[in-house]
Design a protein around this ligand. Structure first.
Ligand SMILES: Cc1ncc(COP(=O)(O)O)c(C=O)c1O
Length: 382
């Protein structure tokens, strides 16, 4: 059954928003950079937040605001994953969770693997936890991007203590295969190392997505997942993320985090997250996925028409598009030229580390008309 795509809000309404996407640049710039979307909220989220505002429900977040059960239901429905609600602890946001887990599982100066090109704050999260980044870039094959398992094994053999996995991967939108995840788990286990899987984009993925902790018994033993409703449902400002474990040792490690880590959970984030992960929001999420898939197809057509020479592969999941503009002669950082001369704000490739030169990241979580105008503007630079 085909799903009717969700319609994004019009620009005049979006410009009333106070979030960074709409306040970072002047009005003549089309913002397709930060990972916020332009869709209306899921109705169940609006309803839950409106009720919270109407009764002044703006206090502290309880230990279990209902989001553990809501997420367990969501994981069962969307990924066929049986996650135990008891293995879920909340915190303020995904990077907060990543930093606190890294602090817990590494010692100062330990090396932590990241796999560029990757979400730029990973390069800050690792040192924030007292560890040191060891980059093992993704490999690009004819089929897309994949983890360099041999490189990762060599890094563990050389003493790295953990890997910060991005699954699905930002910016390439790669969904790692079950076999890749199982092999990664085996490699990490062989060296007594830890996998922290950032699955913030997973709620936007289809049924082919494999949560790391579900990949194998070994993965459940060596892995920690951090996720949130915030990317799929556009709730980043509300501050609620989930740290998930599936083994007594990893659960004990999370239980050993300072209480303050849990207290950082935003109550509005938890309330919105419960509504987002409820079955009532599934039709909205299906419609958002349909809109995003249509926009990726549109982007491919628009680039072929207006920016021939751009290289783009439709991602497996999510609303981020990783576009290689290196053949255009616009230098290492085409995003700067595009902002200056085309008045379109994109995320700049070099910020994503190795493999980012000559690239831009485009956020297609917008109206098709906005995407069309953005690519048309970029095309005028040729
Ligand atoms: C892979 C990844 N992790 C983490 C974040 C940030 O999440 P949070 O705001 O919950 O820290 C983002 C935001 O786009 C992301 O893409």
């Amino acid at each position: 059954m085909s799903v009717e795509p969700l319609t994004a809000l019009p620009l005049d309404q979006l410009r009333r928003r106070k979030s960074v996407k709409w306040r970072a640049y002047p009005e003549d710039v089309l913002p397709l950079f930060v990972a916020e979307t332009d869709f209306p909220l899921a109705p169940a989220v609006t309803e839950a937040l409106t009720e919270a505002v109407s009764v002044g429900d703006t206090g502290y977040t309880p230990g279990d605001p209902g989001i553990r059960d809501a997420y367990a239901g969501f994981a069962r429905r969307r990924f066929g994953w049986e996650v135990s609600p008891a293995g879920i602890v909340t915190t303020g946001d995904v990077i907060m969770g990543v930093v606190e887990l890294l602090r817990r599982v590494t010692s100062p100066g330990d090396r932590v693997i990241v796999t560029p090109p990757v979400y730029p704050p990973f390069f800050d999260a690792v040192p924030e936890a007292g560890a040191v980044v060891e980059a093992v870039p993704l490999r690009e094959t004819d089929e897309g991007f994949e983890l360099d398992l041999l490189g990762i094994e060599a890094a563990f053999a050389g003493g790295a203590r953990a890997i910060l996995l991005c699954s699905p991967h930002n910016p390439t939108g790669t969904v790692h295969s079950a076999q890749t995840l199982r092999e990664l788990a085996d490699i990490a286990a062989g060296f007594g190392a830890v996998v922290i899987s950032d699955e913030i984009h997973a709620p936007l993925a289809g049924p082919g997505f494999i949560p790391f902790l579900s990949a194998s018994e070994t993965a459940a033993r060596v892995g920690y997942t951090v996720t949130s409703a915030s990317k799929a449902f556009n709730l980043a400002g509300l501050k609620c993320a989930l740290m998930i474990t599936a083994h007594r040792d990893t659960s004990a490690a999370v239980a050993g985090l300072p209480d303050e880590v849990r207290w950082r959970t935003g109550l509005f984030g938890a309330i919105a997250g419960v509504a987002a992960f409820s079955p009532e929001s599934d039709p909205w999420l299906d419609a958002a996925q349909a809109a995003i898939a249509a926009n990726h197809r549109l982007l491919a057509e628009l680039l072929a028409e207006h920016v021939p020479g751009a290289r783009f592969r439709i991602p497996d999941a999510g609303y981020l598009a990783w576009v290689d503009l290196s053949s255009l002669g616009w230098g290492e950082d085409p995003g700067s030229k595009i902002l200056r001369e085309a008045r379109v704000a994109l995320h700049r490739g070099p910020q994503f580390g190795q493999g980012g030169r000559g690239h831009v990241r485009v956020n297609v979580g917008c109206a098709p008309e906005v995407l069309t105008e953005a690519v048309r503007r970029i095309g005028t630079l040729l």
